[in-house]
Design a binder for this molecule. Structure first.
Ligand code: NAI
Ligand code: CS2
Length: 493
């Protein structure tokens, strides 16, 4: 048999503790690359320095790859590695924080609902991507027409969505006279705790008003700001990990050395002392979330759309182009920072400079096309709230306008050379319809602005904004992405 992380001889030490010690007090839904390199690693570090017994039960709900990952984790005793890639050297950790890993196709819906409902489950955390909450991007309310929600209403005991599983498990807990758990969203959403609450209470309300009331009164939904750049794993990454470990690790992930986690301290059923390993518990996460979403994610999306259209494969490639680097910094400092109200002691210029350095890390190879995914879910919190701020204050937002134009051009699904590429987005059907009927010009801009779940009612009704966008889009199409980004400087006084 081929050796793996559990059985093989390794070039690095395995963790000293035994899995027997772990109790699956946290059930995590969405065991993707980010969770493995972030929340699970924080817990791993805590297990390393304390005698805590917190362990994670991982749940993947979607896709064949999610099932495969669960199978692969099981094959290697639920161990996996995280490689932190600095510009100059790598650090590797073998993580031993997982107690159990489940998928509906392997364990049944019941198996997952029971894991959520068992008495030791104190926290249910989520990294299910922005679309996993089944909410309307612009309003943050549950989208009752979402096909997963429609399915879960028709089959409440065999749900498909993460929200459906949580509601059903809470129903079971209530019926059994058990207490609630905390729902901890770790996705890149504005007010992510609030979005999780709106989704869970919203679905419960459609099922049973009493259940919705019980959830509203008993379950807490702390918000959290999560940060660490974790690109999707490629064959190249897997080979690098194998070289470092001495055995293959199909569950391994690689990421940047930086990590940050700011969490609202509002847990109903206990929590690990993540603050002992670098997390920060605060009363109000909102300023930190907005800072990260607008400055980091906002400039990431700008670089992703205009970088991809300008033939840059990775974010680090965009940082090699002076105009993109300057535009990212100008977007952060002139168009995003002025929209933020930060607590004393936060230096936004230093934050922006650190982001430019992080984006420039040449060993990460974070693909622009990965960040460009699911734009319909990302634009509202990354750019559009800031646009509203500028419209209200009469201030300049040319970078944001070009970013939106970049998204509009990107979702056409063909590059400046006319070569086709796949656009991945939950609104794919709507976008395809618009591409077919409004492939270019002002009519295209208006058709895209009319997508209410992204732009709301107010933005398309603002003539100044519409004209600005039409102009930015025309410039981008006429001159190409690189020239359009170059034309943004010099900065206004
Ligand atoms: P990934 O593609 O590796 O994993 C996504 C996970 O979400 C998978 O477990 C998948 O099964 C699950 N999922 C996807 N759609 C779902 C749905 N509709 N319902 C339930 N589960 C669903 O992606 P990755 O890198 O783990 O990122 C996931 C999310 O984590 C991001 O969307 C973002 O909100 C957050 N995040 C990611 C960071 C990164 O650098 N990768 C950093 C900060 C936050
Ligand atoms: C990125 C984020 O994929 C994206 O949309 O902007 O995942 C980004 O890498 C993280 O938020 C960094 O913490």
């Amino acid at each position: 048999m081929e050796h793996n992380l559990a059985s093989g001889e390794l070039k690095v030490a395995r963790p000293a503790w035994n899995h027997q010690r772990l109790v699956p007090r946290m059930v995590h839904i969405g065991c993707g690359a980010f969770h493995r390199a972030h929340q699970a690693l924080y817990l791993h570090h805590l297990l390393d320095i304390s005698d805590t017994d917190w362990g994670i039960c991982e749940v993947n709900l979607m896709s064949a790859s999610g099932k495969l990952l669960v199978e692969q984790l099981r094959q290697q005793d639920l161990l996996y590695s995280v490689t932190e890639k600095g510009a100059e050297h790598n650090d590797i950790h073998i993580v031993a924080a997982i107690k159990q890993a489940l998928h509906p196709a392997l364990d049944g819906h019941d198996g997952i609902i029971e894991a959520l409902a068992r008495s030791e489950t104190a926290i249910v955390s989520l990294t299910v991507t922005e679309k996993g909450y089944c909410t309307q991007g612009a309003s943050g309310e549950l989208d009752a027409d979402n096909p997963l929600i429609q399915h879960d209403l028709a089959h409440p005991a065999a749900p498909k969505s993460a929200i459906g599983f949580i509601v059903e498990a809470l129903r079971v807990r209530r019926e059994r006279g058990m207490g609630p758990f905390t729902v901890l969203s770790c996705d890149n959403l504005r007010d992510n705790g609030h979005v999780a609450r709106a989704a869970v209470v919203g679905l419960a309300q459609l099922r049973d008003a009493q259940l919705a009331k019980w959830i509203g009164e008993n379950v807490t939904f702390p918000s959290s700001m999560v940060d660490r750049i974790v690109p999707a794993v490629t064959d190249e990454t897997r080979q690098e990990i194998c070289d470092l470990l001495g055995v293959a690790d199909p569950c391994g992930v690689a990421c940047e050395p930086f990590r940050q986690w700011v969490i609202e301290d509002n847990f109903v059923n206990g929590r690990p002392d993540w603050d002992h390993v670098g997390a920060q518990f605060v009363a109000d996460v909102a300023p930190f979330e907005m800072m990260k979403l607008r400055m980091l994610n906002g400039s990431h999306s700008f670089l992703a759309y205009l970088g991809y259209l300008g033939n840059c494969e990775t974010i680090a490639d965009t940082m090699q182009l002076p105009a993109y680097r300057q535009a990212a910094l100008a977007l952060m400092m002139h168009e995003q920072a002025p929209t933020l109200r930060m607590p004393d002691g936060i230096d936004l210029q230093a934050y922006a400079d650190q982001l430019i350095a992080r984006f420039s890390n040449p060993s990460l190879r974070h693909r622009t096309q990965q960040i460009a995914m699911d734009g319909s879910q990302k634009l509202p919190q990354r750019w559009l709230d800031s646009v509203r701020h500028h419209l209200q204050h009469g201030s300049d937002y040319r970078h944001l306008a070009l970013g939106i134009a970049g998204w509009m051009r990107y979702v056409l699904g063909c590059n400046q050379q006319g070569e086709k590429f796949d656009v991945v987005d939950p609104l794919f059907d709507t976008l395809t319809h618009i591409n077919q009927h409004y492939p270019e010009g002002d009519a295209r801009v208006s058709a895209l602005l009319a997508v209410k779940s992204i732009f709301g009612d107010d933005l398309p009704a603002n003539p100044g904004f519409v004209t600005h966008l039409q102009h930015a889009y025309a410039q981008l199409c006429q001159h190409g992405a690189r020239a359009a980004v170059e034309s943004l400087s010099p900065e206004p006084k």
